[in-house]
Design a protein around this ligand. Structure first.
Ligand SMILES: Cc1ncc(C[n+]2csc(CCOP(=O)(O)OP(=O)(O)O)c2C)c(N)n1
Length: 343
């Protein structure tokens, strides 16, 4: 009998690293934009958390603190008119895709000037003109929807590409497999991005998934698959860009696994009993923002002063967005149903 050889489990040696070459090739402004967006996401979520604790944000919310490089590196590979569809942990995607920070914060606060006029909240922000086709709280449901959107793009002969984001908890759903198969046979212009933050609520991906790394599953659908260090913004950019351009050439979908970690609990009601503080602290040492700042300074792309200016401006932009959102009007009870249902 042939000896069974398991696929090698995630080994940092086989994960692409953001190349020094990219630091030289990408315009300084583009690299500065990546840092700016990562800082905005971090400060936005910290602010949202503060407002939640003060009782000003209703419902729940899912923070992606620690995962900023995954959102920004992926979306940096898109053209402005490309599209995204994403999931409940989606604040980072929304900000990276260019959302207005005040309208976003207003949505969290249930205000009339929010993206969904305060009707949707943290999990349902869509910005159609900005190419953000929305998030959904139903795990995995964006994946088949992505196939439908990508089919529409193909039928219209559009040059646009769609990124479909989801978590590791979504890859064991039947619709994930059905969708990847269909996208592959029709060579649709979609890139599937699994943000493996290592837990689906309290379930560790290493225990819940029969195969590691998750990108191995791409083999079953005859599409390229790649696991990438999801805390390395340039590595994420590099891999996504290759997949996006391949999709744009009509060569079909790809499956990327951004291996990362969420610092906060699953949602606001999580007491973190399924993991240790030591593990969380260890991942905080791999902070994607601190790491990118250091890289930019060491490569002499930005001075330490320029880095700190970008950071401070991001913080100020969030403070301003929150202040302005807090004074936006509340929705009126008379028109609460407006724009909830299609006319
Ligand atoms: C179909 C469905 N099943 C269960 C849930 C409850 N639920 C919400 S988030 C979540 C875990 C999702 O984990 P993952 O996909 O890894 O994303 P993450 O939260 O880690 O970003 C679950 C089970 C849901 N919202 N939808």
């Amino acid at each position: 009998m042939t000896e069974f050889v398991p696929h090698p489990i995630l080994d940092p040696a086989v994960i692409p690293r953001g190349s020094q070459q990219l630091l030289r090739e990408l315009p300084k402004e583009r690299l500065a934009w990546m840092l700016q967006k990562m800082c905005e996401i971090r400060y936005f979520e910290e602010k949202a958390e503060e407002l939640y604790v003060r009782g000003l944000v209703h419902g729940t919310m899912h923070l992606s603190i620690g995962q900023e490089a995954s959102s920004v590196g992926s979306i940096a590979a898109l053209r402005p008119d490309d599209l995204i569809i994403h999931h409940h942990r989606g604040h980072g995607h929304t900000i990276a895709k260019g959302a207005d920070l005040k309208r976003m914060m207003a949505e969290f606060l249930g205000k009339e000037c929010g993206y969904c006029r305060g009707r949707g909240g943290s999990m349902h922000i869509a910005d159609i003109p900005g190419g953000n086709l929305g998030a959904t709280g139903v795990v995995g449901s964006g994946i088949p929807t992505a196939v439908g959107i990508a089919l529409a793009l193909q039928m219209r002969r559009s040059p646009q590409v769609l990124l479909a984001f989801f978590g590791d908890g979504a890859v064991n759903l039947g619709e994930f497999h059905e969708a990847l198969n269909m996208a592959a046979i029709w060579k649709l212009p979609v890139v599937f991005i699994c943000e493996n933050n290592q837990y689906g609520m309290s379930g560790p991906a290493k225990v819940m998934c029969a195969v590691q790394p998750l990108s191995v599953r791409a083999i079953a659908y005859n599409m390229p698959g790649q696991t990438v260090d999801g805390n390395d913004v340039l590595a994420v950019y590099q891999v996504t860009q290759a997949a996006v351009e391949r999709a744009r050439r009509g060569e079909g979908p790809a499956f990327i696994e951004n291996y990362t970690y969420r610092w906060r609990g699953h949602s606001k009601s999580d007491r973190n009993v399924y993991r240790t503080q030591a593990e969380i602290d260890e991942w905080k040492q791999r902070c994607p923002i601190a790491r990118f700042k250091q890289l930019l300074i060491e490569a002499h792309v930005l001075t330490p002063e320029e880095v700190e200016t970008i950071d401070a401006q991001a913080k100020m932009a969030i403070e301003r967005a929150a202040e302005e959102a807090l004074v936006c009007p509340e929705p009126s009870p008379e028109n609460l149903e407006a724009e909830v249902y299609a006319p």
